[in-house]
Design a binder for this molecule. Structure first.
Ligand SMILES: [Zn+2]
Ligand SMILES: [Zn+2]
Length: 73
């Protein structure tokens, strides 16, 4: 009984730690384009946005934040 509780504690601690580290580093695999932005439209056509600002951002593994403003909450 005590052992199971300890394992749960460790697992939740690890999950908390993982959540904390992923928060500061956005996943590269899923670029977040603003819905309806030039990049979003290009991605939906299976292409890459050709705007110079977006190309530059893509090269840095980023999403152009001039064309894709962070979603407001
Ligand atoms: Zn774009
Ligand atoms: Zn752009």
């Amino acid at each position: 009984m005590g052992m199971r509780h300890l394992v749960l504690l460790i697992v939740s601690a690890v999950l908390l730690f993982a959540a904390d580290t992923t928060r500061s580093v956005p996943p590269k695999a899923a670029p977040k384009y603003q819905d309806g932005s030039c990049c979003d439209k290009a991605a939906k056509k299976g292409e890459k946005c050709l705007h110079p600002c977006c190309v530059k951002a893509a090269k840095a593994d980023k999403v152009c934040d001039r064309c894709n403003e962070p979603a407001k909450k």
